[in-house]
Design a protein around this ligand. Structure first.
Ligand SMILES: Cc1ncc(COP(=O)(O)O)c(C=O)c1O
Length: 407
């Protein structure tokens, strides 16, 4: 019997692959030093691992530019702050959506409040999808960027990224994408989709630890340094270096986090190799291709969990699933409310009585709840299965939902 049955992978993935724990621990013990700050053997090893991780992530996200433009940050929020405040200038307009997380909303709201920028927030359809033509219609002569999340962390709907990329290109505006809910599950081809700034977080679908995220800056754009300080290069200069990654990384990098992402990338690669064998496809060695295969498998596995959970919920009287994600254009999360019970009450009962971990509340995406009518009653309950949930977990969840929602 497990202590906890974890269904909160949209908040953070848990557990991580065993190899992530093992590699992070051993790398930190053997080479936990400060890359780029000298030339001794331990540093060289740490520097090599760090650069290899940038390279793997570039391939993972379909970015063929300089891997040094894969910049390490603290998390998606940190990356989004850097991307938004670095790119938008006084007088600019940004097109974004009402599906955004506070990591986008609040940054933009502050810039609007200070009078620096103006913003259009596109309303999704009742099913939770953004219509690309609505984005195009909102573009103004001073629009600098389109900024949106690839998948909603409340509705699970995956937005038409490629179509929006074409609109951005045709209208010569930058495209900033928040991949917090899709990186590791749905392959993103940064160059092909025309993404200028791609933000990701390490602790969700990429299976890294907390405290590591990233921002990939396409060759078509340059961001000013967001912080100034030591980088280990050009120390005599009075000013922060302009070369990547130092341009956007100041101070000591989060090496254990980078090691975790490194091991996560290798885990995807291994899974991709296994999938090649299963599918009887010729064995290739391209990291990006292997990881895309692996992500497809992870996504299919998770989708089979979420389809079953939705079916259980639909059978329970009084339960309403919010949004209406299509069976394939979605990620593995579902949010619901139940007549006569608050989301918080349901979450607490699932946890206290059944050790089932879910997330109840507004999920840091308040406008989604305003639009679905769930804001005033404390939000919804979100269940988000992950790749490592097994049949026992699923059966415990089914029983727990029955006991709490239909006793
Ligand atoms: C869509 C979306 N964007 C941004 C974030 C912020 O991620 P982090 O907390 O890792 O910065 C999240 C986290 O839940 C998210 O779901």
């Amino acid at each position: 019997m497990k202590d906890n049955i974890y269904f909160d992978n949209a908040a953070t993935s848990w557990p991580k692959p065993e190899s992530v724990y093992a590699y992070t621990d051993s790398f930190f013990r053997k080479n936990g030093v400060n890359p780029g700050r000298g030339g001794h053997a331990m540093l060289v090893e740490a520097e090599a691992m760090t650069f290899a991780t940038r390279r793997m992530l570039a391939a993972f996200f379909g970015f063929k530019g300089d891997p040094n433009r894969v910049v390490f940050t603290l998390n998606a929020t940190d990356s989004l702050n850097m991307a938004i405040t670095g790119l938008l200038q006084p007088g600019d307009h940004v097109v974004t959506t009402r599906l955004e997380h506070n990591a986008v909303l609040r940054v933009c709201n502050h810039l609007v409040q200070s009078g620096d920028i103006t913003m259009s927030q596109i309303q999704p359809g009742a099913d939770g999808y953004i219509a690309p033509q609505d984005i195009e219609q909102a573009i103004q002569p001073n629009t600098r960027a389109i900024l949106f999340n690839h998948a909603s962390n409340v509705l699970g709907t995956v937005q038409p990224l490629e179509a929006v990329g074409q609109i951005a290109k045709a209208n010569k505006v930058a495209l900033i994408v928040d991949s917090a809910q899709t990186a590791g599950v749905i392959p993103i081809q940064m160059d092909q989709y025309g993404i200028d700034l791609l933000t990701f977080t390490g602790h969700k679908g990429l299976f890294g630890p907390m405290g590591i995220g990233g921002l990939i800056v396409s060759e078509s754009i340059d961001l000013p340094p967001a912080r100034f300080g030591g980088t280990g290069v050009d120390s005599i200069s009075d000013f922060h270096p302009e070369i990547y990654p130092h341009r956007l990384e100041a101070g000591t990098v989060p090496l254990p986090g980078i090691a975790g992402l490194h091991a996560g990338q290798k885990w995807f690669r291994e899974l991709g190799l296994q999938q090649q064998l299963v599918q009887g496809k010729p064995t290739g060695d391209d990291h990006g291709e292997l990881c895309r295969l692996a992500q497809h498998y992870v996504h299919q596995t998770e989708l089979s969990h979420i389809a079953r959970i939705d079916a259980w919920l639909r059978e329970i009287p009084g339960v309403t699933i919010i949004g209406n994600p299509r069976s394939s254009e979605r990620v593995s999360l579902t949010s619901f409310v139940c007549d006569g019970m608050s989301a918080e009450q349901i979450g607490n009962m699932l946890d206290a009585d059944h050790q089932v971990c879910v997330r109840a509340g507004l999920h840091c995406a308040p406008l989604v709840h305003v639009d679905t009518g769930t804001a005033d009653s404390g939000g919804a309950v979100r269940i988000s299965p992950g790749f490592f949930n097994d049949e026992d977990d699923m059966q415990c969840l089914q029983q727990a939902l029955q006991d709490v929602l239909a006793p």
